[in-house]
Design a protein around this ligand. Structure first.
Ligand SMILES: CC(=O)/C=C/C=C(C)/C=C/C1=C(C)CCCC1(C)C
Ligand SMILES: CC(/C=C/C=O)=C\C=C\C=O
Ligand SMILES: [Fe+2]
Length: 560
């Protein structure tokens, strides 16, 4: 095996020999003018004063101790253990056969480093980004991983402490005045993280960008060397601090949502390949609640953008807090209800806003238009990985919960939630399971589809399901929405990452292609796995020199 070995995460030189038993201890408003910023500033300042009144300065100075690393090393699954070293690259030995048509690079991003010195992070989403590549060519596989050099990561390494606000972590303040100073930095966004640890997308112009929920956390990377090339600077003046972590990216466009926390609503924006300028398609005002619902992702059809308004809403007070709340930067507002808004992509007009049953989702799977016999669009179907309107999944993703699996069946139930949005002016939409959730063990998240079916009527989706008892989705699952059946792949004790579908060039069947996943094994090992998109049977696997931490979302960069 040809391989390059680099220094470990703390800068010590590591040889291939010492590596395998290396010890862990040595891991973004429309015209957001200055005036708006000042209004936002005043609002936040008032909230800060309220918090300061109820919490004494000494309490503000104290950040509660993070969750401790597990004592029992047997419980320390590699999926939840910081990546062993900064970077590695090498060719893998392949068992089985990689189809010769598979030419390109699968990239996967995720939070792979959950400690700085002896400070252990709290939540899965806090980790500093680890980018993984699997380059397929001529039946061979070159793998590699590398830490993303965000300002947040570099500063943490240099100063040996967290320096920016992460998902649940806030830099420790020396005193009350430092806390107030940090609040003013929050207004400009300068204290927010740029730790691009959620997804990676290939823009129509070829640039590859890693993303998270803060706009400043949009970082351009080189898909071959995995080097961080710099920040993706949005050249427009839309302002704001956060956006959806999952833009819809095709060769023709980049669509995303910018939540407006001041005047609750969302801007739907579009960016053309070769530009850095987002243009506003339209604006949706929220139908309920004090703030917009969290928009980690959203679906599109061929002519419409569906804007979800989930009752799990952003919460300005929680953004300001020095210590995490049970729902982190969010708050559950069931009385504010749940809505789906449908915007025409061409005109920017909101064609309908319907109330739907309460729901909780991170990930929309796909959406499409239903027509009558005259070709008129009568309704929209939108599918998501739905957590039964239960926010407890966010808590389940705390590292202490992920690291302590003692065989209890504690993964909250989830299903494929299928929304039906009538376009006849009715005020209510429906939400039902697209298939019996027992087909996939009542676990459901981390989904992909054949990208050729984006926004169109589709039959298949790939996701992670559950073989119970479990505490985290542990199967790779192929969902068939016509037969209402699922095929499941399972390896005892292993944690598979999001199954990613790559279509065979020239394919005419929706499921003609392969599904790629990276598996973290219970013995500390790991492997890249290829399943046949149709049969869902294994066609190849390749062992990595050491197991990698769990990762989130990926993209495919075809070889030109
Ligand atoms: C990894 C994942 O799925 C989600 C990550 C979410 C992040 C990093 C959210 C970060 C945020 C801040 C750092 C402050 C502003 C609010 C919010 C977007 C939640
Ligand atoms: C890993 C995950 C949910 C698992 C639930 O069953 C959600 C990840 C969200 C971020 O991309
Ligand atoms: Fe996601």
């Amino acid at each position: 095996m040809d391989s390059l070995w680099f220094s470990d995460i703390c800068g010590h030189h590591v040889s291939p020999f010492t590596m395998l038993d290396f010890d862990q201890s040595c891991h973004r408003k429309h015209g957001f003018s200055l005036e708006n910023k000042l209004v936002f500033g005043r609002k936040l300042y008032k909230q800060a004063l309220t918090i300061a009144r109820v919490v004494s300065p000494s309490q503000l100075a104290i950040v509660p101790s993070p969750d401790k690393e597990p004592v029992d090393p047997d419980q320390n699954h590699v999926a939840w253990t910081s990546v062993k070293q900064e970077r590695w690259e090498g060719e893998l030995v392949v068992q089985g056969e990689i189809p010769l048509w598979l030419k390109g690079t699968y990239l996967r991003n995720g939070p792979g480093l959950w400690h700085i010195e002896d400070y252990n992070f709290r939540h899965l989403f806090d980790g500093y980004a680890t980018l993984v590549k699997l380059h397929f060519e001529d039946g061979r596989l070159i793998a590699g991983h590398r830490q993303i050099e965000s300002e947040a990561y570099k500063a943490a390494k240099k100063n040996k402490k967290i320096c920016f606000r992460e998902f649940s972590e806030v830099p420790k303040h020396e005193n009350f005045m430092a806390y107030v100073g940090d609040l003013s930095k929050l207004l400009s966004g300068s204290s927010l993280t740029d730790n691009a640890n959620t997804g990676v997308v290939k823009l129509g112009d070829g640039r590859v960008v890693c993303l998270t929920e803060t706009q400043k956390g949009s970082l351009v990377i080189d898909p071959n060397s995995l080097e961080t090339l710099g920040r993706f600077e949005y050249s427009d003046s839309l302002g704001g601090l956060i956006h959806s972590a999952h833009p819809i990216v095709t060769d023709a466009e980049f669509l995303t949502l910018l939540p407006d926390l001041l005047k609750p609503g969302y801007l739907v924006v579009r960016m053309e390949p070769g530009t850095n300028e987002r243009k506003v398609i339209g604006r949706v005002n929220c139908s309920g609640g004090p703030a917009p619902g969290w928009v980690h992702s959203f679906p599109v059809t061929q002519h419409y953008v569906v804007v979800p308004e989930m009752p799990l809403r952003y919460c300005a007070q929680n953004l300001l807090r020095a210590e995490p709340t049970p729902l982190y930067k969010f708050q559950w507002h069931p009385q504010s209800k749940a809505f789906l808004h449908v915007m025409c992509k061409a005109s920017g007009k909101v064609v309908t806003s319907v109330e739907v049953p309460l729901f909780v989702t991170f990930h929309f799977i796909n959406a499409y238009e239903e027509e009558d016999e005259d070709g008129r669009v009568t309704s929209i179907i939108a599918d998501c990985c739905e957590h039964h309107a239960d926010t407890s999944i966010l808590d389940q993703l705390r590292l202490k919960n992920l690291r302590f699996f003692k065989g209890e069946d504690v993964l909250p139930d989830a299903r494929v939630g299928r929304f039906k949005i009538p376009l006849d002016g009715s005020r209510n939409g429906k939400l039902e399971a697209a298939l019996d959730a027992d087909e996939h063990g009542r676990g459901m998240d981390m989904c992909s589809i054949n990208p050729a079916y984006l926004g169109k009527k589709y039959r298949y989706a790939y996701a992670c399901g559950a073989q119970r008892p479990c505490h985290f989705p542990n199967t790779l699952t192929k969902l068939d929405f016509v037969e209402k059946k699922a095929k499941n792949w399972y390896d005892e004790g292993a944690v598979p990452s999001e199954p990613f579908f790559v279509a065979r060039p020239g394919a005419t069947e929706e499921d003609d292609g392969v599904v790629i996943s990276l598996i973290s094994e219970k013995n500390g090992g790991g492997y890249a796995l290829l399943l046949d998109g149709s049969t869902f049977k294994e066609i190849a696997r390749a062992k990595l020199p050491y197991g990698l931490p769990y990762g989130l979302h990926g993209c495919w960069v075809p070889k030109k």
